[in-house]
Design a protein around this ligand. Structure first.
Ligand code: FAD
Length: 117
């Protein structure tokens, strides 16, 4: 059967966007330059402005205004993003993610080796 590629729905868009954002945070410098810190904060502000789901964009922009991205190190950024994603999870009634598992989920794979194929 031929695979048909279709436009992303809200859930697919969200899932793929979080994958990009968490992976990007996992590879952000440990010691970012002042420019890197400013640019990443700016990127997150601009990205949320243009995120193609109006209610998501509105709420996420508000969240960023209230609790600005922390970009002084990789650890700060990935934990800020984990917190922000958990705020969205809470709004949608999804389970809270354990942020101590960030690197297993997004960088090195699970300790039980289940990602090693
Ligand atoms: P997702 O929430 O997409 O998560 C993908 C994977 O990330 C999970 O399977 C899990 O392994 C991991 N994960 C989960 N939580 C965390 C965390 N805190 N830190 C790190 N990793 C985690 N949808 C709406 O209906 N309304 C909205 O207002 C809305 N706002 C959004 C705002 C943004 C900025 C984004 C990127 C998405 C938004 N979405 C919104 C989409 C929504 O968050 C989900 O992406 C979508 O519902 C699909 O959910 P999912 O079950 O595939 O898991």
């Amino acid at each position: 059967k031929k695979e048909v590629e279709c436009p992303l729905n809200k859930s697919e868009l969200g899932n793929q966007t979080w994958g990009f954002l968490h992976t990007m945070a996992a590879y952000f410098p440990d010691k970012p330059s002042t420019d890197d810190q400013r640019d990443m904060a700016q990127f997150l502000r601009l990205f949320s402005k243009f995120y193609p789901c109006p209610t998501c964009a509105r709420d996420f922009t508000k969240l960023i205004e209230k609790e600005p991205p922390r970009t002084s190190s990789q650890t700060e950024l990935k934990h800020w993003l984990c917190w922000a994603h958990n705020q969205v999870n809470k709004k949608l009634g999804k389970p809270k993610f354990d942020c101590s598992k960030l690197d297993e989920r997004w960088k090195y794979g699970w300790k039980d080796g289940s990602c090693d194929v």
